[in-house]
Design a protein around this ligand. Structure first.
Ligand code: 4AD
Ligand code: MG
Length: 480
C-alpha cells in the first residue's frame, strides 16, 4: 500500500486508488467521519468509516488526539467542504488519547486563549493556528537560505559561547561550570574565572556580527542564521530572551548597498511565502479578522494580512535620516499634545517604539528605513560620519512591529575604532582579533541583523512574539 501525506491526497486527482495515511484525529462525528490531520497542511482529510463493519473496540478508540493509521480508497467527496475523501477499509489505532485526559488539554476542540496554549506549548502545534504558524516559520527560514545562496553568500556558523559582548550593552547570559555555591576566588576576592571551563569569563552570544565581519573580510559575502540570547528584562510582545537572528555581512559594501540588500531580502522572503503558503496565509488572515472584531476600530490593522504583505512587496521602503525623523516627530500631534510617553525634545533622543510606530503607521504608512543616527545612541562598531556626531547606522521599521532589522556600515579605520572602544571602555584585549582585521587589508563593509521571529510575526499576523517560536524563552519562563 502506498503511504501518503494528507497534503498529497488533498491535492491529488488520482481517485479510485488505495492509499494509507497516518495522522492524528481532530474530530470524529456520527461514528462515521474522521477529520484526520498529519501536519502536512492545514486541511484535514475526511475519512469515511463503514461503522457497521468496524469493530466497536476500534470505533471507541477513534477519539480526538489519537494517532491512527487508515487505509482505503480515495474518492471524490459527496459532501461539502472537501473535494476528496478516503473511504476507509481498515484502521489501526497507533496511540490512544483518552477523552477524559484530552478534556483537560487544549486538544479539546473549542476556542482556547493564546495564554492557555502557551502553557501547553508541547501540544499547541496540533491546533490549526500553530500548525499554520510553524509551517510558515519553516518556509520562511528555507526562503532565507534560498535568497542568500542564490545571491552568492556563504552561510557561516558563528560561536554561541563567546567571551565578547558584540553589542556592548551588557545584556548577556553567563556560561560557567564553576560551583556556584563555592566558586574559586582570586586574591582580591573576585570570582576566579581562570579556573572556569574556558579559562575566562564567557557568555551566550548576543549577535554573531563581529565574527561574521571577519568572515566577510575573506569570503566576501556571508550570513549567519542562528540563535542569539539577550538577558534584557523586556516583558513585551516583541522581545524574547532567546531568538534567531539573520545577519548578512558584505565586504566592499557601504550603507546604501546595505539598505538595498535589506529591502531586497525582506521582499524576497515575503514574496516566497505568498507563493508557497497560500492556504496557511488565508487561514491566518481570517483568524486575524475574527480576532480584531473584538478590538476597538483604532487598534485594528488597516489592511487584511495578505494585502499588508503585498503592500510591502509593491512599495519601496521610505528612507529618512534620523535628523529628518526627529523633525517629523517633534512637530507631530502626539508629541505636541504630549501623548507620547517619551516626548521628543531635542536632537539626540533615542527613538522608542511608540515613535517608530508613529513614523511607520501614521506618518509614512509604509516600511521606513532610518539612517545616520547619533553616535551616542548606537553601538561602537558603526562608522563615524564626517560630521563627527552621527554614524552610518540604519534601522528598518515595519508596521505593527517597529524595528525588524538594524545594521550599519562598519568602522573600518583602525585608529577611529580603537579610540571609540577606549572612549566607551570596551576591552581591547578581548577584541584584539576584531581590531586585527582593520590592520590587514581593511575595507568598507556593512551588514545588518534581522530578528527572525519579528519577521514571522509580520508574515503570520500574530500579535505576540511568544506565539511564533515553538518554545519561547522570556523572563521567569523556561518551561519545556
Ligand atoms: O538591533 P540589534 O541589537 O542589532 C545587532 O545585534 C547587530 N549586531 C546586528 C548586525 O548589524 N549584524 O538586533 C538586530 C535585530 C533587531 O532589529 C530585532 O529585529 C531583533 O534583532 N531583536 C530581537 N528580537 C527578539 N527579541 C529580542 N530581545 C530582540 N533584540 C533584537
Ligand atoms: Mg537595534
Amino acid at each position: 500500500m502506498i503511504i501518503k501525506k494528507v497534503v498529497e491526497l488533498i491535492e491529488s486527482d488520482q481517485v479510485l486508488q488505495d492509499y494509507k495515511v497516518n495522522g492524528w484525529v481532530r474530530a470524529f462525528r456520527s461514528n462515521r467521519f474522521i477529520a484526520l490531520n498529519d501536519g502536512s497542511c492545514l486541511e484535514n482529510l475526511q475519512c469515511v468509516v463503514d461503522f457497521e463493519n468496524t469493530d466497536d473496540e476500534v470505533l471507541k478508540k477513534i477519539t480526538t488526539g489519537a494517532a491512527i493509521s487508515v487505509s482505503g480508497t480515495l474518492k471524490e467527496s459527496e459532501g461539502k467542504g472537501q473535494s476528496v475523501e478516503l473511504e476507509v477499509k481498515s484502521i489501526d489505532i497507533l496511540g490512544e488519547a483518552h477523552p477524559e485526559d484530552v478534556k483537560k488539554t487544549i486538544l479539546q476542540p473549542k476556542k482556547h486563549s493564546f495564554e492557555k496554549l502557551r502553557e501547553q506549548a508541547h501540544l499547541r502545534v496540533r491546533t490549526n493556528t500553530f500548525g499554520a504558524v510553524m509551517r510558515m516559520r519553516s518556509k520562511l527560514s528555507f526562503a532565507v537560505h534560498q535568497y542568500f545562496n542564490d545571491n552568492g553568500f556563504y552561510y557561516v556558523n558563528t560561536p554561541i559561547v563567546t567571551g565578547s559582548d558584540a553589542e556592548g550593552a551588557g545584556e548577556m547570559f553567563k556560561v560557567t561550570n564553576l560551583d556556584l555555591k563555592n566558586p574559586p576566588k582570586t586574591e582580591d576576592g573576585e570570582i576566579d574565572f581562570s579556573q572556569d571551563f574556558f579559562g575566562k569569563e564567557t557568555n551566550l552570544t548576543v549577535s554573531g556580527q563581529l565574527e561574521a565581519e571577519t568572515y566577510a573580510l575573506g569570503l566576501g559575502k556571508v550570513y549567519t542564521f542562528g540563535p542569539t540570547f539577550r538577558a534584557e528584562n523586556s516583558n513585551t510582545t516583541r522581545h524574547l530572551a532567546e531568538f534567531w537572528m539573520i545577519e548578512p555581512e558584505v565586504a566592499f559594501c557601504d550603507l546604501e548597498g546595505n539598505i538595498d540588500l535589506a529591502e531586497d531580502f525582506i521582499q524576497y522572503v515575503l514574496k516566497y511565502i505568498t507563493e508557497h503558503c497560500k492556504s496557511d496565509l488565508e487561514f491566518l488572515e481570517n483568524r486575524l479578522l475574527e480576532e480584531e472584531k473584538s478590538k476597538p476600530e483604532k487598534d485594528r490593522s488597516p489592511m487584511p494580512l495578505r494585502e499588508k504583505i503585498d503592500f510591502v512587496l509593491k512599495n519601496n521602503f521610505k528612507r529618512v535620516s534620523y535628523t529628518e525623523a526627529i523633525d517629523i516627530l517633534r512637530n507631530s500631534k502626539p508629541n505636541k499634545k504630549k501623548k507620547f510617553n517619551y516626548i521628543i525634545e531635542e536632537w539626540g533622543a533615542d527613538l522608542q517604539s511608540e515613535h517608530e510606530r508613529y513614523l511607520v503607521e501614521k506618518h509614512f504608512g509604509c516600511p521606513v528605513v532610518i539612517y545616520d543616527y547619533p553616535a551616542d545612541i548606537k553601538a561602537f562598531y558603526m562608522r563615524l560620519n564626517d560630521d563627527g556626531k552621527t554614524v552610518r547606522a540604519m534601522d528598518v521599521l515595519f508596521p505593527g512591529i517597529g524595528e525588524i532589522a538594524g545594521g550599519s556600515q562598519r568602522e573600518e579605520r583602525y585608529d577611529v575604532l580603537l579610540s571609540k572602544m577606549r572612549e566607551i571602555g570596551i576591552d581591547e584585549k578581548e577584541l584584539w582579533w576584531y581590531l586585527d582585521t582593520r590592520k590587514f587589508g581593511t575595507c568598507v563593509h556593512s551588514g545588518f541583523g534581522l530578528g527572525f521571529e519579528r519577521l514571522v510575526l509580520f508574515a503570520t499576523g500574530m500579535s505576540n512574539i511568544r506565539d511564533v517560536i515553538p518554545y519561547p524563552r522570556s523572563p521567569q519562563n523556561a518551561e519545556f
